[in-house]
Design a protein around this ligand. Sequence first.
Ligand SMILES: Nc1nc2c(c(=O)[nH]1)N[C@H]1C(S)=C(S)[C@@H](COP(=O)(O)OP(=O)(O)OC[C@H]3O[C@@H](n4cnc5c(=O)[nH]c(N)nc54)[C@H](O)[C@@H]3O)O[C@H]1N2
Ligand SMILES: Nc1nc2c(c(=O)[nH]1)N[C@H]1C(S)=C(S)[C@@H](COP(=O)(O)OP(=O)(O)OC[C@H]3O[C@@H](n4cnc5c(=O)[nH]c(N)nc54)[C@H](O)[C@@H]3O)O[C@H]1N2
Ligand code: SF4
Ligand SMILES: [Mo]
Length: 759
Amino acid sequence: MTTGTALRQDVTACILCSRNCGLSVEVADNQFKKIKGDTQHPFSQGYICQKAARLQHYQQHADRLTAPLKRQVDGSFKEISWDQAIEEIADQLVQIRDTHGGTAFASVGGGGQGNHLGAAYGRQLLYAMKSFYSYNSLAQEKTGDFWVNGRLFGSQACHTTEDVEHADYVLFIGTNPFQAHGIPNARDTLKHIKKDPNRTMVVFDPRVTETAKQADIHVQLKPGTDAYLMSAMIAILLKEELYDQQFIQQHTHGFDEVKQAFEAIPIAEYIQKADVSVELIYQVVRDFAKAKRGCVRIDLGIQHTLNTTLNGYLEKLLYLLTGHFGQQGTNNLHTMFIPILSNTDERNPKYRRTVHHKMFPISGFFPPNILPDEILKAGEKRVRAVFVDSCNPLLTYPDTGAYEQAFQSLELLVVVDVAMTETARLAHYVLPAHTQFEKWEFTGFNLEFPKNGFHLRHPLFKAQGNTLPEAEIYTRLLEAMQVIPRQFPILSKIAEKDRAKTAYLAYFAALGASFVKNKKLIPYAASIVYRTLGKTLPDDAASTALLLPLCMQYAAQHFKAVKRAGYEGNRFNLGVTLFQAILKQRSGVVLSAHDYADVWELIAYKDKKIRLAIPEMFIELAELKHQKFAATADYPFILLAGERRSYNANQIYRDPAWRKVDAEGRLRMNPDDALALGVETGQMLQCISEHGRIQVTVELDEGMRKGVVSLPHGYGLSYAGAEPVGPQLNRLTSTGHCDPLSKTPYHKYVPVRLQHLTV
Ligand SMILES: Nc1nc2c(c(=O)[nH]1)N[C@H]1C(S)=C(S)[C@@H](COP(=O)(O)OP(=O)(O)OC[C@H]3O[C@@H](n4cnc5c(=O)[nH]c(N)nc54)[C@H](O)[C@@H]3O)O[C@H]1N2
Ligand SMILES: Nc1nc2c(c(=O)[nH]1)N[C@H]1C(S)=C(S)[C@@H](COP(=O)(O)OP(=O)(O)OC[C@H]3O[C@@H](n4cnc5c(=O)[nH]c(N)nc54)[C@H](O)[C@@H]3O)O[C@H]1N2
Ligand code: SF4
Ligand SMILES: [Mo]
């Protein structure tokens, strides 16, 4: 007979998309019993979507890892102790580093949608391995955008946000917030705009999406033509002098060069390339420019298609030239509490390039599209050891076959995950982490302005099996590699005595002194603070100790805005007050409340002016007229490989039973195309690209353009040893099909042909 524990109310957050909505939950027996929105959460205020209700499928399932595993010669896995796993991995890492140097190691992943605490510890392994290869999913979608920010605002760590909730005129270009979210409380926000006759929503999307259905205007462009359409829109702005002269003069440099670069754009011809009405586009541009509060929200529809980086530049010019920036209801820069992005401008030779592709990092990250070659084709200096954390590159990075081959050739592959993934099955060692509801955790995707917030989540459940949190895993590894000592007796003693008594001044003075004595320890500050100061925190919150120096830094940098958010303190102790509030407020906090005028302070250039002219982008713009479209007689359809739907959530849920609909992840296609092929909803076809083939189940969709088909992201997992369910999209994609500058993949522009299974 089992005795159940009593039902308990608690709060946490959803981990399925970048919004991390607050949740109010009922739990018992280490399980979620009921999940609702948390009305006390300062940002989501009770909002959730249908995906969050299924979180028990993440917490408990057949593929969960419960003990460290070592692959045996016959390919099976054997449970081993943590001591054995850590010792053996540390020995091999040190040996690979000392024999082959820093280029032999790469880290992959390091955080998904809601777990960024572990990355602060994982990053230290790069230093210990003398490596700079940090590969991450951000570099298969957002680095083109980050590169443009670097040029416009002076640092790739400057990042923009969009105040859709307060805008009168919104352009959604290549995004479907109804399903994908990405903006606060998306469905409510869309509903409010739709209901208000004074607000306008324009959606640029080749499909009639759920968002497009709510829009005032749907521009159903041909896939891959955004660069033509947006450059024509900018040319209209310039030709008709619809730009904001005062804004441009006061806040920017380089306007004349921009004007010159767009003079030759053949407006009507470029709009027609997108196969949309020329008059409609003129109207949209005029109304957007005239709007009091206009803003642009974009996502993968322009980041996973042709001309990725140029698209990022053009969409930013749309709001900058019209002065829709730095005010309520426009686009803005925002503060970043967790420093996810760094500035690694490739013009600075300090940032080393990869051996084979000579690729540079953007915002600190290298693109997944080049990693198989850096493993297989870089000769003596190749990548030989890879650590994968919170990521399933076998299925989510371009070209599954190339990744299989590359990862199988590694001398060491270690996977840190909560589940037995397709990537983990190829690993030499698999290290089981606590789930995100069994440890302290947070997201660094706090991208709001003028108010920004942060939610530190406490553990809800007792950890299962022989698992460890990432903070402990990486700290033990660093100790075993002998890059940090196992004990810091003096620091520990000072931490114990200090606590908050001297606003931690004594502790940080002692830490600073030990860094002066031994500079080599500086990169390992996270683990040192964890082992010393962390031990003095209540509720086993040791891994969160690194937030204290971040709070101090944030409070020093944004002193007035932090005070305005309601925290008491002076220049010495405001950060401590903030840290204590973060630890205590279990539904999250508002970190800072800025004025819109403060946005200029967030620009990295010393004169606080935006540099509108980017010569590399002018070259790409000029080359547009020579660009050839890839659709051919052999591959007549364009596949949008990776749509967000109501029942996909990256690769976070493995058990297919979580889905209420769309079990197979169907291929959506226009009924006329289906008729021509002689298929009906529910029938199967082969979907063949130049690179690979998969079987798909068809669904007729009036909302698809002819010649365009769409498959969902996040399927193709093999759960509990069964056959994979749904499309493994990246068997169709290739590593070379990517943006020339950022090397982000063209997943939404994959030429395919469709064939009956018998052919
Ligand atoms: N339900 C759900 N939500 C998610 C996720 C999930 O897996 N499931 N994943 C999260 C993640 S990691 C991300 S990055 C975001 C992505 O969020 P989104 O980018 O908003 O989602 P997608 O459906 O990939 O793509 C958006 C739209 O781009 C359109 N599109 C395709 N090609 C083109 C084109 O050439 N031009 C234009 N203008 N549009 C085009 C598609 O038809 C689609 O409607 O979603 C997040 N939210
Ligand atoms: N063809 C195609 N490919 C795509 C896309 C597409 O649209 N089309 N979308 C791309 C996009 S935008 C993204 S963001 C990526 C997403 O792909 P990935 O970067 O691979 O990330 P997730 O799918 O979120 O996988 C998260 C992994 O983290 C694990 N995990 C969950 N919690 C924890 C934890 O607490 N600790 C640890 N260590 N692990 C944990 C999960 O079990 C899972 O294996 O896919 C990309 N791939
Ligand atoms: S999936 Fe995203 S929008 Fe939906 S509840 Fe979770 S965090 Fe919120
Ligand atoms: Mo993403």
